[in-house]
Design a protein around this ligand. Structure first.
Ligand code: SAM
Length: 252
């Protein structure tokens, strides 16, 4: 398998069209419609390498929260590094935003890994990072992995890319910060994500299987979440509670 950290050649369709998310330049695929000021998610199933502009506010919150954790030492002692994994990073927009937008005096404490199984999406991510690197060079000291062996992670301009099944990636290494943003339900990744988290850590979870979570698809809801919801005006509120409850019971 090609080393996902060596920038080889641009993926098919590069450079697409330029877009600014937060303070980070991203490349949308040419065929993707340009987002409006209040973008909506895709109406139909999208292909690999699609960047969902409707998720931009969620990524912005992730940037702000991680900066706060670093600044106020609520995950690790002040001065210690935080290892962060975007387990399903697709075109790498979130990890690039972490690297570009978190204040520069905190950057040296971040060890960021982006993982995805899809070669095309990873290539798009690496090419974006190569063409728009962070303003300051970030050099990491080598460190040991969770088994006490020297880690072979290679960080290029402050990001380490890998191409693994997300569950393997999470079982393989420990992180203080894990982001899970799958297509549809996160349920199949939850257990591995919780195993991967340090004793004190943050798990960011996105779920877009709204029909299952609200109960408008009762069989999916029962199968995935062992629940039976009432589809009334509180259905979306219930859906968030059901997701949080599922994470809590999986963790317990
Ligand atoms: C919704 S997208 C992620 C979007 C991304 N977080 C963002 O903010 O743009 C889901 C990604 O999961 C990847 N994926 C699906 N199953 C996977 C698996 N088992 N292991 C690793 N990646 C996987 C897909 O290739 C796809 O890029």
């Amino acid at each position: 398998m090609a080393d996902p950290n060596t920038h080889e050649e641009a993926p098919l369709g590069w450079p697409g069209q330029l877009w600014l998310e937060g303070r980070t330049l991203v490349h949308l695929q040419q065929e993707q419609e340009r987002p409006s000021h209040m973008p909506r998610g895709p109406a139909k199933r999208t292909g690999v390498g699609f960047l969902n502009p409707a998720m931009a506010p969620a990524r912005t919150r992730s940037v702000l929260l991680l900066a706060d954790a670093l600044e106020h030492g609520w995950l690790v002692k002040p001065g210690r590094p935080i290892r962060a994994l975007d387990a399903l990073c697709a075109t790498g927009v979130r990890i690039r935003r972490w690297r570009n937008e978190i204040p520069s005096d905190l950057q040296h404490r971040l060890r960021i890994t982006g993982n995805d199984l899809d070669e095309f999406a990873l290539s798009w991510a690496k090419t974006s990072h190569h063409c728009h690197p962070p303003k300051r060079d970030i050099v990491h000291e080598p460190e040991d992995d969770r088994h006490g062996q020297p880690s072979d992670a290679v960080f290029t301009n402050g990001l380490h890319f890998q191409r693994l099944d997300a569950r393997m990636a999470m079982v393989d290494a420990a992180y203080q910060w894990v982001d899970l943003d799958p297509f549809g339900s996160p349920i199949q990744f939850l257990d591995a994500a919780l195993q991967s988290l340090s004793r004190t850590g943050v798990l960011e979870v996105t779920a877009t299987d709204t029909a299952a979570l609200t109960g408008s698809s009762p069989s999916s809801q029962a199968r995935r979440y062992q629940a039976k919801g009432l589809v009334d005006e509180y259905a979306h509120d219930d859906a968030v509670r059901l997701l949080l409850g599922t994470v809590a019971t999986t963790a317990a």
